[in-house]
Design a protein around this ligand. Sequence first.
Ligand SMILES: [Zn+2]
Length: 224
Amino acid sequence: MGKVLVVAAHPDDEALGCAGAIRRHTNQGDQVKILFLSTGVGARGEVSSEQINARKGMALRSADILGADEPIFLDFPDNRMDSVPLLTVVGEIESVMSDYGANTVYTHSAFDLNVDHKIAHQAVMTACRPIPGSTVMTILCFEIVSSTDWAFNAGPQNFRPVQFVDITETIDAKFAALEVYRSEMRDPPHARSLDNIRALALNRGATVGFESAEAFEIGYVRIG
Ligand SMILES: [Zn+2]
């Protein structure tokens, strides 16, 4: 049985980025744990504890639909994770890792417009440094519509996937998880519309001859 850790900046990133892959893991008996760094609410003004709890409730339902364990919430400030020392974020991820010992880790791509997403990537790559005795063999980095695709000037490189996971059998579970976050979705032609998410799955699939796929960059792979 594999042990998978998904490190997502906000509740809904797991559904957008890798829900199809998560459901594949759990279908084959792998254990999946999702770690949310921030609540995903509050960036646009006042936030109530009801709003935070509502968003956490969505995350619980999404994890349940995907067959994952109950998620872990770290409650770092939404869209202000650059106000937290990186080492603090790294330390929290390290502590989850040392308890759990994942061998596959999913997280954000570094090439993303959202500051929390970028910090999630950097913190995971730091927390999962491939030192002797590390359990992590693979790190995969996902894309988020309306964020990775909007990083027009992220640097010399934009999101460039090299691993494609067939989600033809699990795309219904992905959309069931996305349905939980319907209040976070927008109407077409917004990039964060269900139509665009489906179009992306079709496009990523067609690139490699699958009906639907999720695409990933590789953080690193160790074969031991
Ligand atoms: Zn996010």
